[in-house]
Design a protein around this ligand. Structure first.
Ligand code: ADP
Ligand code: ADP
Length: 209
């Protein structure tokens, strides 16, 4: 299946993606993860990316589009993919349409996780991740095992100030994708509040329905 995960920062896309990729055996393509890897590896592009991510701003479309175009051509994507964090602008969505048309592919679903901004602040400021496994925890909602707590890290953009910027970007540049995909008949709305297992069951209901 060719899937897109849409939703504001902290909606639970990464958490839910783990279950979806296990069940449907498709790769998760997270543009945020690819961008953070480039920053960590100090590549020339990484330095440019960091100026945007630190400010809570979107990276320019052409850079992200090229990254995704290369990634979708790889062998592991030929049977399907889960895009997490892309597209984030209408221009990116149009570029994706072009990539898919060229490959003779069509989207199956755009999964929109709906969560109010007030909930997102607590989710994002309490998010911690394990650099060894990539697992994501929450200090209150999904506390890590005691023996790994010391090695967990917090993303530098997961502060309340930067989150406000990211939410502004989401509402002004990404939310227009909701009517865009609704008009094409791909949009599936999923209530993103509840236990992660409840939300997984709602998502599986859509994907297996
Ligand atoms: P979130 O947890 O907010 O959904 P991500 O990990 O997806 O965050 O993205 C982190 C940052 O990486 C964004 O704030 C943005 O600067 C950049 N980024 C990720 N994906 C995109 C994209 N598709 N277009 C532009 N910038 C992106
Ligand atoms: P996104 O990828 O959309 O930015 P994450 O999956 O990283 O979101 O989730 C953000 C934070 O919220 C993480 O700390 C995660 O453990 C926590 N979280 C995820 N799903 C839920 C949920 N259903 N209820 C409470 N907290 C959650």
């Amino acid at each position: 299946m060719d899937l897109i995960f849409l939703g504001p920062p902290g909606a639970g896309k990464g958490t839910q993606a783990r279950w979806i990729i296990e069940e449907f055996k498709t790769p998760q393509i997270s543009t945020g993860d690819i961008i953070r890897a480039a920053i960590r590896d100090n590549t020339p592009l990484g330095a440019e990316f960091k100026s945007y991510t630190d400010a809570g701003k979107l990276v320019p479309d052409d850079l992200v589009n090229r990254m995704v175009d290369d990634r979708l051509k790889r062998d592991d994507c030929q049977g399907g993919f889960l895009l997490d964090g892309f597209p984030r602008t209408v221009a990116q969505a149009e570029a994706l349409d072009g990539m898919l048309a060229k490959a003779g592919r069509k989207l199956n679903h755009v999964l929109l996780l709906e969560v109010d901004d007030a909930v997102l602040v607590e989710r994002i400021t309490g998010r911690r991740s394990d650099p060894d496994t990539g697992n994501v925890y929450h200090i209150k909602f999904n506390p890590p095992p005691a023996d790994i707590a010391d090695r967990l890290v917090q993303r530098s953009d997961d502060t309340e100030d930067v989150l406000r910027q990211r939410l502004d970007e989401y509402h002004s540049k990404t939310a227009p994708l909701i009517p865009f995909y609704e008009g094409k008949g791909y949009l599936r709305r999923i209530e993103g509040v509840g236990t992660p297992e409840d939300i997984r069951d709602r998502l599986f209901g859509v994907l297996k329905g």
